[in-house]
Design a protein around this ligand. Structure first.
Ligand code: 6PG
Length: 244
């Protein structure tokens, strides 16, 4: 069980996405001095949120040149592959926001550890992170799978235990796919974590993650996201929240 997470329930995915876009806009409007750094997950749930950010209603109010967008995780496929998270973000919003700094995970790089290290260095440099400290992103948007995974931290995979580096490769046997992912120490160093979860297919796992007694640590990775000095908010639609 997670200790007192904030939960907000919306009618449907569109309402949830609008609330998330409104919050992003106000967070980005009060950026810290260096940059406003946000990390976005892939998959299908954040698509509407991304589309809304690119619409004039929100986009015109966001100081894009000060915004740095990072990826939470990426599938190791070419950037134009339909499974690419980058492709989803490009089509949903990036093409319409030329001023934003978007940091893409280089999944075409055959040495995945090198690509991960390079990405971690990019995050540190952008945030001005001191050596020996974990980069502290302003906000990280996560999703959750019906197996309790979050980012590309799947139950039973090696990346779940990674505590030394900020970004690492992860092979996901059940999908037979390689991924690059932010690791738990970076997720837990964030100032703010926002889970976006929608659909009836997530209802039972949400009950397990938010309400059931603590499970074996590797069982439900989403439960392990508990920032040390940051907040966690769950944005749910009614279908996903049905069993809470
Ligand atoms: C990915 C993710 C992943 C995602 C969940 C939920 O690249 O797949 O970042 O962690 O957030 O799998 O995905 P859906 O939103 O598609 O249900």
């Amino acid at each position: 069980m997670m200790t007192n997470p904030e939960v907000r329930v919306f009618k449907d995915l569109n309402e949830l996405s609008r609330a998330a876009a409104e919050e992003f806009t106000s967070l980005a409007q009060a950026p810290p001095s260096k940059a406003f750094a946000a990390a976005l997950s892939g998959g299908s749930t954040p698509k509407r949120f991304c589309e809304l950010l690119a619409m004039p209603e929100f986009s015109a109010k966001i100081p894009w040149p000060r915004v740095h967008l990072f990826q939470v995780d990426e599938r190791c496929v070419p950037p134009d592959d339909p499974r690419s998270n980058y492709r989803m973000m490009r089509e949903a919003m990036l093409a319409a926001i030329p001023a934003v700094h978007f940091h893409r995970m280089a999944t075409e790089e055959p040495d995945r550890s090198a690509a991960s290290a390079q990405y971690a260095a990019e995050i540190r440099e952008t945030l001005g992170t001191a050596s020996g400290e974990w980069p502290r992103l302003d906000v990280i948007y996560l999703g959750m799978g019906d197996d309790g995974h979050t980012a590309s931290l799947f139950p039973g995979t090696t990346a779940l235990a990674e505590r030394r580096v900020a970004v690492c490769p992860n092979y996901v046997a059940k999908l037979d796919m390689n991924r690059l992912t932010l690791t738990l120490p970076v997720l837990n160093a964030a100032k703010r974590v926002i889970f976006l979860v929608a659909g009836a297919g997530k209802a039972e796992m949400l009950r397990q993650v938010l309400r059931a007694p603590a499970s074996a640590p590797a069982e439900y990775p989403a439960q392990l996201v508990q920032p040390e000095s940051g907040s966690v908010t769950w944005y749910l639609d009614q279908a996903a929240a049905a069993r809470l």
